[in-house]
Design a protein around this ligand. Structure first.
Ligand code: FAD
Length: 142
């Protein structure tokens, strides 16, 4: 039978390691693919309540498509500088956290924060995200 905790620990190990080894300067394609990865991951993670909450935390489901529309519309109106800023403000206000895939540090920090959201929900200690590479890439410094 599926062991939710065992699955969770193994999955976090994989996700955090992947984030800590993600390129420091990804190409546009790598950055877009990583957003897709989390979009698909959040649909198929095999613990339904976990997956639904994770989807809410990331996308609120309907917002992704709307943001894509805004970007295309913004580019056509030559508003490409302003639209991403607008989207960040909207995201902050409706409390969704789409993947930050612009570089390794941003992705590792974003994922650490998502894990902390789950930690808080489960009453577990919050992890210090400044130590995320130490934990998942470099090894503890002490
Ligand atoms: P884990 O939380 O599995 O953590 C493993 C190790 O990661 C820790 O020992 C620590 O060294 C390190 N760590 C801890 N926090 C962080 C952080 N913020 N950043 C980086 N490293 C960190 N379980 C449920 O019961 N309900 C849910 O809704 C649920 N949702 C989940 C959603 C996802 C996407 C995933 C991957 C798992 C989810 N789980 C959920 C499982 C849950 O998060 C734990 O994995 C499980 O409870 C086992 O916890 P643990 O104490 O072994 O440590």
């Amino acid at each position: 039978p599926l062991d939710k905790d065992e699955l969770g620990t193994s999955t976090w190990r994989f996700l955090h390691t992947m984030a800590s080894y993600y390129p420091k300067s990804p190409t546009k394609k790598q950055s877009e693919d990583m957003v897709q990865f989390f979009n698909i991951f959040a649909q198929f993670y095999p613990c339904e309540p976990c997956a639904l909450d994770f989807q809410e935390d990331l996308f609120m489901r309907w917002f992704g498509k709307w943001a894509d529309f805004l970007i295309v519309f913004g580019m056509s109106m030559d508003l490409s500088v302003h639209i991403p800023k607008m989207i960040r403000v909207i995201e902050a206000n409706i409390k969704i956290n789409p993947p930050r895939t612009e570089n390794q540090d941003a992705l590792a920090k974003w994922l650490c924060e998502r894990h902390n959201t789950v930690n808080v929900k489960l009453g577990k200690p919050v992890f210090d995200c400044s130590k995320v590479h130490e934990r998942w890439r470099d090894g503890w410094l002490d």
